[in-house]
Design a protein around this ligand. Structure first.
Ligand SMILES: [Zn+2]
Length: 178
């Protein structure tokens, strides 16, 4: 059984913050504002994965009201999301994502981002695709005020993963009715 999910995210760009996208540091005089490292791409991918598995969203699993997630490395949250999915018998199949940023151009960094995400999700590198677009001078992205990301993810349910996780934890978790 393969299921798909979508994730979107947007952060305000402000001076004095590092710009981290898909776990990669992008040289820029502004960065994304947020409680964690504000990695817009990582957040969209996490939401897409959780959505595909029918397991809520990033705010439910990693609430920004929790000081534990202050300046958190969002790729670590993605790694934890893999664990959350596995406990329900799911694993990622592929991810397709688009990052919307006026400047700087993400160019060759797109490949590095895709690799970082694939390695975190423990899936083949060609199973993650990252695209980049500008805002064409329009709206918050086009005015250089925001960075956005959209991601679609597919996950696969595998009874063997669920059995392995149940064995590891000595608990019995069954797939919720869908
Ligand atoms: Zn976010």
């Amino acid at each position: 059984m393969v299921r798909v999910g979508i994730g979107t995210d947007r952060h305000r760009l402000v001076a004095g913050r590092k710009l981290i996208v898909g776990g990669i540091h992008v040289e820029f005089y502004k960065g994304a504002q947020g409680h964690s490292d504000a990695d817009v791409l990582a957040h969209a991918v996490i939401d897409a994965l959780l959505g595909a598995a029918g397991m809520g969203d990033i705010g439910y699993h990693f609430p920004d009201s929790d000081p534990k997630w202050k300046d958190a490395d969002s790729m670590q949250l993605m790694a934890q999301t893999v664990t959350i999915l596995r406990r329900m018998g799911f694993e990622a199949v592929n991810v397709d994502a688009s990052v919307h940023l006026e400047t700087p151009k993400l160019g060759p960094l797109k490949m590095q981002m895709a690799r970082a995400i694939a390695d975190t999700l423990k899936i083949p590198r060609n199973a993650v695709n990252v695209k980049a677009k500008t805002g064409e001078g329009l709206d918050a992205v086009g005015h250089g005020e925001a960075i956005e990301a959209v991601a679609v993810a597919a996950v696969r349910f595998d009874q063997a993963i669920l059995d392995e996780e149940n064995k590891l934890r000595g608990t019995k978790v069954t797939l919720p009715a869908v």
